[in-house]
Structures are given as C-alpha cells and as structure tokens.
Design a protein around this ligand. Sequence first.
Ligand SMILES: [Zn+2]
Length: 291
Amino acid sequence: MRSICPRPGGCGFRWTKDLPGVTKGGPAGRITGARLVKQAGAWHIVFRTERQVPAPVRHSGPQVGIDRGINLALALSDGTPREHGPWLTCGEKEHLRRLEKKSARQRAARTPGRPTSKRLTRTYDQIAKARATAKRRAVDWQHKTTTELAGTFGVVVVEDLKITNMGRSATGTVERPGRNVRQKAGLNRAISGEAWGRTVTLLEYKTRDRGGLVVKVPAPGTSQTCHRCGHRDPASRDGTRFSCADPRCGWTGHADTNAAINIRNAAGTVVSGRGDLGAARSAKRQPPRAA
Ligand SMILES: [Zn+2]
C-alpha cells in the first residue's frame, strides 16, 4: 500500500490491494502488525496478517530441476527456460547512465567538509528511483514465475548455494558479487545478487502452500558433467552448448538444461524418501502429548 505521510501520531494510506484473509466486512483473518518502508522516496505500509488455511493436499505434479543461468533466467530440466526481457528500456538505461555521470560530476565539484548539495541529493534520489523501478520489475517477474512453477511442479530441486559457492573466486559470482565488482556492472549485479536467494525463498513458501516441496542439493560440477553418462569434463562445455566429451556417449544439448537435469537427478535419493520427509514434517507440527 502506498502510504501518504508517516509522522508521529498517525498516518494515512491508500488501500491499493486486498490483504489475504482481510477484506472490508469480510470474515476471519486479522492484522497482527504493520511496518512503514521507504523505497526510492516513497513510503509504503506493509501489513502482517494472520488467517486459518486448510493443510494443503500433496501436490501430484512432476519433479523438476532448476539451474540459474546468467542474468535471472532459469533453465528447467524439462528443457524449457523461464526468460525475461531487460528490466529497463534503452531510454531508461540511457537516462540512468546520464544521472550516474551527473552525480559523479557533482561529487567531484564538492568542497570537502561541506554537506552534500541539494542538487547532488536530488540526483541521488533520481538514481535510486530508476534503480527501484528495475528492481520492482525483477521482483514482479520472480513472483509470477515462481507462482507458475509452484503450481506446475510437485518437487522443485535447486542447487544448495551454501555449498557450491565455497571456493569460488574472490571477485564473487553473479549470485554473490564480491566487494570489488566493477561499478559498471552495478545495477544488474545488484539485482541478480539478491535474485537467486529470493527465487528460492519464494519457491519454498509457494510450493509448501500448494503441497509441494523444494529440495536443495549440493551439486558440484553440474555444468561439466554429462547427465546421461556421468562423464565429467570441462571440455564438454562450450558456452551454452554441451557436447559430451566421451565419444561413446556424445550427448549434445543446451548446457543449462544438462545442468538442470543433473540437479534434478542429484535429489533422486532425497525425493524417494519424500514420504518420510512429509511424515517428519507433520510429526514436528503435532502438539506435544501429555505423558
Ligand atoms: Zn555423456
């Protein structure tokens, strides 16, 4: 919801969206908290609500592995991608580039020790606004995509980043940029830096709500290993193409698809015990019994 003006004592807001379980004059559901968030110069109010939902029945959809490609796009083990266009139009990118140059110029003209000028502050605000637009579009895409995935698939297998990120270069990865990442790549990096983590978080609660499951697997070498014969060789991968280096196999296809299939397969043993996982989860929720 867009908040009009927060100040001590009270605040007005525009009701832009129905809250889950809370409608005007509707049944059940209650608001248990509210929080004001400032985003690119605009205030928003976020409500926390509580409602009763029936336990979901188990999702009968198929199992899928997902590999994160470069940028935000996702590659699925069934061979289909989930793509998106650029977050900013060419005009918007150019506008942002000019603002960044302008802020650099204004920063250079600063007198040391003096407070930041109003003009520079205004430029910073404009930059923040343009970046917020890009991020909003990215998050919107992620929400739509994860909702669709959670509706289609019963088990979603993803790479466990905590494990695979170990030992990667100090400059960081696309998912987790290091501290010295080039400024130029700033916007895309900043967005995709949070992107994978957010995708997984969204997938986790959305699949859970629909009776599905996200399985995180350690998947080292997924991009170099052939999913068909298991031959691991960096030479198999050439950009987006994967051609198995073992001549007895010779599988060729999209490299991201191959990685996604490996990720899906890596969960094989975990998922065969899914019934037990489910039982363990529901057992945890049982109230303690009196002795
Ligand atoms: Zn092979």
